[in-house]
Design a protein around this ligand. Structure first.
Ligand code: NAD
Length: 460
């Protein structure tokens, strides 16, 4: 076992055991410092995101930095309320007693984050973990190296290594870290690696949050307003070059409006990124050569309706629309996670059910329709992480909507108070006086069982 890692982790254990993180004012001060340090480094964060993923500064601010400021603001505003010991009604059986629930930190937490929103997805869980009083060891992605470096710079300035520490590296180092005993593991990434994490966590019965991916269906019925539908789909799909876990993965469209929608989608792509997205500052890049080669292989021999141009050296992949006749295409075998949007038509809405069930328990599900009651009925009849009627991706912007997957797309929820809850054990206890001790619960029961039964029936 790696000695450097061991000493980092031992240090975090000692830090947690010293109870420094229990002080709420200390947590608040550090979260405020974190915000200040991010503000000081805003330009460098944007630059790093630009080098790693070609993100424009506007996109970086909106989807990564502002998101994190908001999470800090919510934590600072509510932390004192969240940590307060909460009295709950006692049970008659315990009379007399005072009953409470208190949020306590799990302890030493491990966070493993991905490359697609490398700043936001590393910092947002950390805010809740710190607010709840846990230490954090963060292993960011080995692909977004520039953002990982700035994360390290900011976090090591704000926190003692015992409280928060960044350890950089790829799967080898992540595997080493997973061998240690953690009190909580928060993982964001692919389904395959999520399974490895869950297996390692199970060895120590460590609770986990798994924020995973999957194929997110997006249904468009014949009543949908096509211009605004196209606008919201193009935005959700091609922001960050399709490398968004809750982006619509594929469209299921009523054949009556399919060709009209395709025209609107093309118009909207051009309106957003121009005729040559390669020249647009607003259009991002694919994270690595390996990923772009994989994406290119997906569109070989496909019916491309629009796009398809690729420049591997520039890590450029044009927004691409593909028409599909069935689900056998290689595009429909795994999550695409890139700027390729397959479009499948349906004649009868009953066919949609088959498509949704095939990719069951997605991270997100979307429907565009003018019939809101129908949209609600649709969303309420399938299991999925989170979703929207007449929009894509944007449910992420409400901290009161817990964010996370179900089944194949993960387990656990976060954002806003949910993050604090994720990193807290809600510990119940009761307190009894010694001066009274009703004899009912103590054997022998012979002469009191009838009375006890009556009493229990009364309160059941
Ligand atoms: P990934 O699973 O390849 O890597 C994620 C992290 O796990 C990285 O830090 C990586 O170094 C680490 N890792 C890799 N192999 C490991 C191993 N054997 N043991 C332990 N850790 C290991 O995912 P990615 O390519 O970085 O991200 C893309 C995936 O993440 C997509 O599937 C996407 O849908 C998903 N994702 C989900 C969310 C969400 O909130 N649900 C958000 C972003 C991305």
């Amino acid at each position: 076992m790696d000695n450097t890692l061991k000493s980092i982790i031992d240090n975090q254990k000692d830090y947690f055991n010293s109870k420094k993180t229990i002080d709420i004012n200390f947590r608040i001060a550090l979260l405020k410092n974190l915000k200040k340090e991010i503000e000081l480094n805003e330009k460098d964060i944007e630059n790093a995101l630009n080098v790693d993923l070609g993100k424009s500064s506007g996109e970086s601010y909106l989807t990564e930095i502002a998101f994190v400021y908001f999470e800090i603001k919510i934590a600072l505003k509510n932390i004192k309320k969240w940590v307060k010991r909460k009295p709950v009604r006692s049970s008659l059986l315990n009379f007399p007693s005072s009953d409470y629930i208190i949020a306590e930190p799990y302890g030493n937490t491990l966070h493993i984050s991905p490359w697609n929103y490398p700043f936001q997805l590393a910092i947002a869980p950390l805010i809740g973990a710190v607010a709840a009083g846990n230490t954090v060891l963060l292993k960011p992605s080995e692909y977004s190296v520039n953002t990982s470096a700035i994360l390290n710079k900011i976090l090591s300035k704000v926190f003692d290594d015992g409280f928060v520490k960044v350890v950089q590296g790829g799967p080898e180092i992540a595997s080493e870290i997973l061998k240690f005993k953690w009190d909580y593991i928060f993982f964001t990434g692919s389904v395959n690696v999520g399974k490895i994490v869950a297996k390692e966590a199970a060895k120590n019965l460590t609770p986990v949050t798994l924020e995973l991916g999957g194929k997110n269906p997006c249904v468009i019925d014949k009543t949908a307003s096509l211009k605004v539908t196209a606008k919201r789909i193009v935005w959700g799909k091609f922001t960050n070059c399709g490398q968004t876990c809750i982006a619509p993965d594929f469209l299921i469209v009523d054949n009556k409006i399919k060709s009209k929608l395709i025209i609107e989608l093309k118009n909207q792509i051009i309106k957003t990124y121009g005729e040559k997205p390669i020249e647009s500052v607003e259009y991002g890049r694919i994270i690595s050569e390996k990923h772009i080669k994989y994406l290119s292989s997906l569109i070989e021999n496909q019916k491309i309706l629009y796009g398809g141009n690729i420049d591997i050296d520039k890590k450029y992949f044009q927004p691409t629309l593909v028409e599909l006749d069935n689900l056998d295409s290689k595009l429909m075998q795994n999550e695409i996670f890139g700027p390729i949007l397959p479009i499948i038509g349906y004649d009868d809405f009953n066919e949609v059910d088959e498509f949704i069930k095939k990719y069951s328990h997605p991270l997100a599900l979307y429907i565009f329709t003018k019939n809101i009651a129908f949209g609600r009925k649709f969303l309420e009849s399938y299991p999925f992480g989170g979703g929207a009627i007449n929009d894509t991706v944007i449910h992420i912007a409400n901290d009161r909507l817990p964010f996370g997957g179900i089944g194949q797309s993960g387990m656990g929820k976060y954002h806003g108070e949910s993050t604090f809850k994720t990193f807290s054990h809600f510990k119940p206890y009761l307190s009894k006086p010694l001066w009274i001790d009703p004899p009912l619960r103590y054997p022998p029961f012979k002469n009191k069982i009838n009375f006890l039964k009556k009493l229990l029936k009364l309160i059941q």
